[in-house]
Design a protein around this ligand. Structure first.
Ligand code: ADP
Ligand code: MG
Ligand code: MG
Length: 909
């Protein structure tokens, strides 16, 4: 197949590819082609496609027939455009070799710059550029990158020697120089010869001088890096298929290190921490490539000083930013180089952003006319989970002010990830992980000079991240944005000593384990703990602040309005009386699960008496005491919810959750109290309480099994519900209670309980002289209920999937006991996601589908919802939308997330 096209040219006004070809050209290559097509300045080059990578991996590093020829052809094109020649001694063309997969894998694969230099061409470059220092600086960078990437001499762990950095540091130290840019030609020449020597010593071969050999070495290293350990682990963690492969981009070099009218930079077309419009980013004058993100020198801010330093370049960049946004309809994350005042584009991609920025940018882009509201709702623009950031607490303003007065504010860095985080200092990611594994409630702030991909797991468990180096595009900032973590980076005032385990600012010395607080909105760093308080959006929702006082709220409300206009799926709350108000404020369209037992915790004496009763009479006596409490609670709940439906689940947990040996132990007055009330000995109390214990409570005497054995409990709860409902109806509130029977697996179980409910309701209606519309339905939370849904729907008027229990019973996996292995399962891809967070679609989900089909086959208008924790998980919400549920129900705080997720699936599903 000599005709297969593997190599795609770009730059110089025309490109073979475009942005839609990410699968074959990778993200970087496809966008280099696209930028060429829309007329932006891109150095000429070509992309070797991902197919070659797969072939290379499968065939021990061999290339498909035709690739070599196509590469040579493409180089000729680049030479023509650039007016230079690859390998020439007098007019050398230099190339970069860059990896680029379909999805970006930050820091996983490598780039080599300045390919084509050797002892003769370096002289040619010096002469041609009139800048000998630049030529030798480029040469030493090339050898260093080639040695690290192609000859594998980069340190792999923190203890490995970094041969090249050591030489560099040594020369700088001898000369008393702080920055690379101040090295002289002589010093650079010395470094080059030392680099070559260390390569020879370590690999046994001479550094290659033939440019073609150099280039193929780099291309092979990029394709080979796809299968290195780090990349494999990364793909596993982010569920990126191994068979995608990476593309390799070869591109003419442009130079940011030719002098003070040159620079290298990275930027965002809008601020991606808070969403503010306007270009922002970092640049370094007279520098090359990744210097700007490496944290060696703290870069300058584009928005602060580029227009003064290089007014023309700033103009070009600003214009490019606008062109990119107009074209991609998205905020872009770009890499560029300024060579003698001219901006060259080296990369663009859709930018990662915080939830804050995501909402602001989406709403702003609609207002600017770039996109319509439906587009603003897209999943990739605002991952629904990220809405959390707008609802999460911030530092309590008074507490923060006090901290400032007390002099606790010790430094200020870049506000890279919004939020407020307070926690104990930890310096190493591995320590953070270990501490968190021992205690999931640990509050940790990871404090580092800078972060790297090895720190990912530690960053994940930390409440916040604080670094001394690196700007708004540093690894720490980027990853924090992705994870939605509070982050302050580039806080240059911090002096961190890993060996001593200290961070010093002026006279303040903080040790590992000391408390520290960081404000990701402002970049401020404080010693000690600072109290947090509700976010601005929550403040408005709860009526503590006027809507017009908060722009953030305004945008949130706008977005939620669009979401509500586009979704079909309704969203309810799992709520009791005390959090019903918040649920309504957050947009609940009803209650999908009121757990009646939660109300019992305030009346433990009465419930314990009820449990302790050994006959119906005693039990009814204590139930009569509970009745008014339950009725009050239901009244409060239903009054708050008004006409919205309220699903109340009858008593569900095993009774020993309220009364067990442990309780008797913890409260010494308890046994004597019960002994007295029931006129029995304390030994008898202990004996009866012991009897309540179960070996496997999850599968024990709970759910409707309680009501079947003790129908008087069901009757009391039903009475409380309907006495409350009738009273409210008489007040003129048209309430809609839905009584839900838990854990039924047999139609007969449901019928048994439904009969008690209906008879009791009828009795109450007669007593009160008023009737209330209501339904009786069941929870579907054991496989048998889903499998026999057609039968159960004959009498049940609604279904609600209790996916917590349905997951436990379908997987035979206890939520309380899966901690020991779930980590291993997820890490090794045995299951794709935590089944208690995201519905296991092919297993539990299949049962849900059977339940829906069975139920609706019998009763076509059967109302079906979900009330497990999954109801607030975006992926599970998408699934519920797709299988035709009527609503999802989740904890109040997750309601906005579920509303957005429901809209997203409606728009894109
Ligand atoms: P990564 O995917 O890690 O960002 P890149 O391939 O984008 O790696 O390369 C990193 C940096 O190297 C770029 O941001 C740019 O500064 C520099 N670079 C790459 N190719 C060139 C080139 N042809 N000319 C100048 N600089 C380049
Ligand atoms: Mg890049
Ligand atoms: Mg349950």
């Amino acid at each position: 197949m000599a005709d297969t096209k593997y190599v795609f040219s770009f730059g110089a006004g025309e490109a073979d590819g475009n942005a839609s070809m990410k699968n074959t050209l990778g993200g970087k290559g496809a966008n280099l082609a696209e930028m060429t097509n829309i007329g932006l300045p891109v150095p000429a080059g070509f992309t070797i496609n991902t197919e070659v990578c797969i072939h290379y991996s499968d065939n021990d590093g061999a290339y498909p027939a035709g690739v070599k020829e196509q590469v040579e052809e493409a180089i000729k094109k680049v030479e023509k455009v650039m007016g230079a020649e690859f390998g020439s001694d007098t007019n050398p063309l230099l190339l970069s070799c860059r990896s680029g997969a379909r999805e970006s894998m930050p820091g996983m694969m490598d780039t080599v710059l300045n390919i084509g230099l050797n002892e003769t061409s370096v002289a040619g470059l010096a002469k041609q550029s009139g800048n000998e220092r630049f030529a030798w600086d480029s040469y030493r960078r090339f050898i260093q990158m080639y040695g690290g990437v192609v000859l594998d001499m980069k340190p792999k762990s923190k203890t490995d020697p970094d041969f090249f950095e050591e030489i560099l540091e040594h020369v700088k130290e001898e000369a008393g120089i702080e920055f690379d840019k101040d090295l002289t030609v002589e010093q650079l020449k010395d470094i080059v010869s030392q680099f070559k020597a260390v390569i020879k010593k370590n690999t046994g071969v001479d550094f290659p001088t033939d440019p073609m050999e150099q280039l193929w070495g780099c291309i092979g290293a990029v394709f080979g890096s796809w299968t290195n350990d780090r990349a494999v682990v990364y793909r596993r963690q982010y569920h990126i298929p191994h068979n995608w492969g990476t593309a390799t981009n070869v591109q003419a070099m442009v130079f940011g290190n030719l002098g003070d009218d040159c620079a290298t930079g990275v930027g965002l077309t809008r601020n991606c921490s808070d969403g503010t419009p306007g270009f922002c980013g970092d640049y370094l004058i007279n520098a090359q490539g990744e210097d700007v993100v490496a944290g060696i020198r703290t870069p300058k801010r584009i928005e602060e000083s580029l227009s003064d330093d290089m007014p023309e370049a700033y103009e070009q960049l600003d214009q490019i930013g606008k062109t990119l946004e107009q074209h991609y309809k998205e905020v872009q994350d770009i890499e560029f180089t300024i060579q003698r005042g001219k901006v060259w584009m080296l990369q663009t991609r859709n930018a990662k952003r915080t939830g804050f920025a995501a909402v602001r940018i989406a709403v702003d882009l609609v207002n600017e006319g770039l996109i319509d509201p439906k587009t603003a709702l897209e999943k990739r623009r605002i991952p629904a989970d990220d809405l959390n950031q707008l609802l999460q607490p911030i530092f309590d303003p008074a507490a923060k002010e006090a901290a400032v007065k007390e002099g606790q504010m010790i430094a200020k860095g870049i506000n890279a990830g919004p939020g407020a985080a307070t926690g104990q200092i930890v310096f190493h990611a591995s320590d953070a992980e270990a501490t968190w594994n021992a205690d999931n409630d640990a509050q940790l702030i990871l404090v580092r000079r800078e972060t790297s991909p090895e720190d990912l797991r530690g960053m994940k468990v930390a409440k916040g991240i604080l670094t001394a180096f690196g700007g708004a595009s540093s690894h720490a900032a980027l990853v924090s944005r992705q994870m939605g973590k509070t982050c302050v980076c580039g806080c240059a005032a911090l002096s961190i000593n890993y060996e001593a385990g200290t961070v010093t600012v002026g006279d303040t010395v903080l040790k590992e384990g000391d408390w520290i607080s960081i404000d990701g909105f402002t970049g401020e760093v404080f010693t000690g703990k600072i109290e947090t308080s509700a976010s601005e959006v929550m403040d408005v929702l709860m009526g503590n602040k006027k809507p017009e006082e908060s722009e953030t709220y305004g945008r949130y409300a706008q977005l939620m309005q669009w979401a509500d206009e586009h979704r079909r799926l309704k969203v309810r709350a799992n709520a009791e009386a005390h959090d019903a108000e918040a649920a309504v404020a957050l947009g609940a369209e009803g209650v999908g699960l009121c757990r009646t037992e939660h109300m019992f915790f305030d009346h433990l004496d009465e419930i314990r008496e009820m449990i302790f009763s050994s006959n119906k009479e005693d039990r009814e006596r204590s139930l009569a005491k509970l009745l008014p409490f339950q009725r009050d609670d239901f009244t409060h709940l239903m009054r708050t919810m008004g006409e919205r439906p309220v699903t109340i689940r009858l008593l569900d947990p095993p009774l020993h959750e309220f009364l067990s040996e442990e309780h008797l132990h913890a409260d010494e007055t308890l046994a004597p109290k019960l002994a007295k009330a029931f006129n029995v000995s304390e030994e008898e109390v202990h004996r009866r309480v012991e009897e309540l214990a179960e070996t496997n409570p999850m599968l024990g005497h709970r759910g409707c099994r309680l009501g079947i054995v003790y129908p008087e409990i069901t009757a009391m709860q039903t009475r409380a519900i309907f006495e409350a409902a009738c009273a409210l109806k008489q007040e003129g509130i048209n309430v809609h209670p839905e009584v839900m029977i838990p854990l039924a697996g047999f139609k007969t179980e449901f019928d048994n309980q439904a009969k008690v409910v209906r008879e009791t309701a009828a009795k109450v209606f007669e007593e009160q002289g008023v009737e209330v519309e209501y339904m009786v339905g069941t929870m579907v939370e054991v496989p048998r209920a889903a499998l026999t849904a057609d039968e159960i729907a004959e009498t049940a008027e609604f279904f609600s999937f209790g996916t917590n229990d349905l997951t436990q019973t379908t997987l035979g996996m206890s939520r309380d006991d899966y901690k020991g292995f779930i980590g291993e399962y997820l890490e090794n891809d045995i299951i794709p996601a935590d089944p208690f967070q995201t519905v296991d679609q092919s297993g539990v989900g299949k049962l849900m589908k059977i339940g829906v089909e069975g139920g609706r086959g019998t009763r076509s208008d059967l109302k079906i919802g979900i009330c497990g924790e999954h109801g607030g998980d975006p992926k599970s919400v998408f699934f519920c939308n797709r299988i035709g549920l009527d609503y999802v129900s989740c904890s109040p705080r997750r309601i906005p997330i579920a509303r957005l997720a429901a809209a997203q699936d409606a728009v894109e599903g």
